[in-house]
Design a binder for this molecule. Structure first.
Ligand SMILES: *[C@@H]1O[C@H](CO)[C@@H](O)[C@H](O)[C@H]1NC(C)=O
Ligand SMILES: *[C@@H]1O[C@H](CO)[C@@H](O)[C@H](O)[C@H]1NC(C)=O
Ligand SMILES: *[C@@H]1O[C@H](CO)[C@@H](O)[C@H](O)[C@H]1NC(C)=O
Ligand SMILES: *[C@@H]1O[C@H](CO)[C@@H](O)[C@H](O)[C@H]1NC(C)=O
Ligand SMILES: CC(=O)N[C@H]1CO[C@H](CO)[C@@H](O)[C@@H]1O
Length: 556
């Protein structure tokens, strides 16, 4: 009864107040650095992605809980893509209504996915603007790149509204070339050696025999920055930095468009480091999915995952947006996509961001600014650390950039509630108006994120920093643990968090010193949260001690 009542109020609210807007809270402003070069000609083609309402989301969530909880009899009993498909695929009615609606506008050129919950359709701008009242498509350019987006919110007819989560390709912009912090100068010039594979493997206790051996193990990095990696950079990197451990020299598979342009720092960093900790493990690169001007690259990657039955076990991704810039409908649906990956035994690792707690002006005051997907309860989020003494491979402290905080969208999942409660009880906290005490708290763990060496365009480059460095490092280490598990005939780790939080930090190096960035105002004076013993919203449970972590994760 309760549910029915809420539902009808909700519908009333939606149709009376918002008309047929699926994403009424989506930020539709295009930043000024994208120049508007005019409205699309009515005959120009664009591509939209329709996210159809799925079924059995509650059951999906429950299944994910079971297959990722080591105390459950179903731990590791992962679903195939076929099984995921039978579970979540949209109802016959939903499919019929959406198809009929598209057909009534003459839209025939659509691709579906295995799970039938996405449709990707090509149509002219004229048709798109009639299909989605309110939308007005313009072309925007920045630094030689162009894209098509709508300058105004779109709506859908009332009878279609309940069958769709959102339509992709109208609003969200591709991620910016994130400020992979490149320090201009080093204070103690010259002496600090920086971070490279030898240092990481020493710090995280990887010996030269801790490399992959299992036949069918694999790992992947995904990046969406229109960047390329050069096989020659990877080979040179391994030539310089890979002498102390067996490894592969090449990426095994590139999914997406890889061109010959200048290599990007981010792409080179991700690949060089996942292949250094996850050494001798087959590595895939997902690059620039969605090359049409109207596509959203991150969404295209998610669509691709729903259409590939055979995927690497571990994926590291350095993409993030401010939660407040995204619609709730979009984040909820992407979160469901993460669950779909999790029930298949796939581990998704996201960088926690490089702005600490970040900051947002609200009214006359400030609050911290959580970032998504880092804030999703169904991914493992990785923060950053630096060496306390930059001349010694020992104790790690908070790297002040390390992203962390509390979601304003996702409730705190039960797997972390006692860990977070313990932190909230004992830590010296910023004022409560700065963060949402009931939200999913992140990151979950961390690794070094400061002063990396990267080979890019054939040149070794020092002082590269960011959580997009720590994320592939942790990804490679999880891949090594998967490797040992696969050799023992055990399933892959899958969605790690429930198990990680059960370990209570024991097999990790606890990071207890230092604070990350917050709002630059009088109240908090540039400070967000601070690290503390056990879990904290700056470095999670800490950084990996490989032999201890392996021992803890090598049963069941
Ligand atoms: C999904 O894969 C099928 C078969 O492999 C293909 O026909 C279809 O076009 C793909 N869908 C998308 C959206 O690329
Ligand atoms: C791992 O590294 C730490 C610190 O570098 C060291 O104290 C420890 O003995 C090493 N080995 C294991 C198995 O933890
Ligand atoms: C590297 O992995 C392959 C399997 O992919 C295995 O046959 C080989 O022994 C591994 N190399 C080392 C040094 O363990
Ligand atoms: C705090 O987070 C919850 C989800 O856990 C959300 O429902 C609520 O709206 C958030 N509050 C604010 C002020 O954003
Ligand atoms: C993810 C992955 O690497 N899968 C491979 C497992 O092995 C089969 C055949 O042995 C390959 O076809 C898959 O690509």
């Amino acid at each position: 009864m309760y549910i029915v009542v809420t539902f009808s109020i909700c519908l009333l609210f939606t149709s009376l107040v918002w008309g047929g807007y699926l994403e009424y809270d989506q930020d539709v402003l295009i930043p000024e650095d994208w120049a508007n070069v005019g409205r699309l000609e009515p005959t120009e083609e664009l591509e939209l992605t329709f996210a159809l309402k799925q079924q059995n989301i509650n059951l999906l969530e429950k299944t994910l809980g079971l297959v990722s909880d080591p105390d459950s009899a179903r731990y590791g009993d992962y679903l195939s893509l076929d099984e995921v498909s039978s579970l979540v695929r949209p109802s016959k009615l939903t499919q019929k209504v959406v198809h009929r609606w598209l057909q009534s506008h003459g839209i025939k050129n659509c691709l579906s996915v295995h799970t039938q919950d996405f449709l990707q359709c090509t149509m002219t701008a004229k048709v798109a603007e009639t299909l989605l009242p309110g939308s007005r498509f313009h072309r925007y350019v920045r630094e030689g790149r162009s894209l098509v987006r709508s300058s105004a919110p779109y709506s859908v007819p009332d009878d279609v509204h309940q069958h769709l989560d959102f339509v992709g390709g109208l609003h969200r912009l591709p991620p910016e070339g994130k400020d992979l912090g490149k320090k201009q100068k080093q204070s103690k010039a010259g002496f600090h050696l920086g971070v490279y594979p030898y240092i990481l493997r020493a710090r995280y206790n990887l010996t030269s025999t801790d490399v992959g051996r299992a036949q069918n193990n694999s790992q992947a990095v995904a990046q969406f920055l229109e960047q390329y990696y050069h096989p020659a950079d990877l080979a040179e990197f391994m030539g310089i930095f890979g002498r102390t451990f067996p490894h592969q020299f090449e990426v095994d598979r590139v999914v997406g468009h890889q061109e010959r342009g200048k290599a990007g720092l981010e792409a080179s960093l991700d690949i060089e480091y996942i292949m250094s900790t996850g050494a001798n493990i087959s590595t895939w690169v997902f690059t620039n999915p969605g090359r049409h001007e109207s596509q959203e690259p991150f969404l295209q990657w998610m669509v691709l995952l729903s259409n590939m039955s055979d995927l690497p076990w571990v994926h590291t991704i350095s993409y993030g947006d401010d939660e407040d810039s995204l619609s709730t409908a979009y984040m909820m649906r992407i979160n469901t996509e993460f669950m779909k990956a999790g029930v298949r035994g796939i581990s998704l690792l996201f960088a926690s961001g490089d702005d600490g707690a970040s900051c947002r002006k609200v009214g006359t005051g400030n609050t911290f600014r959580p970032s998504f997907p880092a804030s999703s309860p169904y991914v493992t989020t990785v923060g950053g650390t630096s060496f306390k003494n930059p001349f010694k491979v020992t104790y790690e402290v908070t790297h002040y950039i390390s992203g962390g905080g509390f979601s304003n969208v996702f409730e705190m999942p039960s797997y972390q509630s006692s860990a977070v409660a313990a932190y909230l009880k004992t830590a010296n906290l910023p004022p409560q108006s700065y963060f949402n005490i009931s939200g999913r708290a992140y990151p979950d763990m961390a690794a070094l994120s400061d002063n990396y060496w990267v080979v890019v365009n054939r040149l070794p480059m020092p002082w590269v920093s960011g959580t997009s460095a720590s994320t592939p490092v942790v990804g490679g280490i999880l891949s090594l643990i998967n490797d040992r598990r696969l050799l023992k005939g055990l399933p892959a780790l899958g969605f790690l968090n429930p198990r990680l939080y059960q370990l209570k930090g024991q097999p990790l190096f606890d990071v207890t010193e230092g604070c990350h960035l917050g709002c630059l105002d009088e109240q908090v004076q540039g400070q967000g949260f601070c690290a503390a013993p056990l879990w904290d919203p700056v470095t999670g449970w800490g950084t990996p001690n490989y032999p201890a972590l392996l021992a803890a994760l090598l049963s069941k």
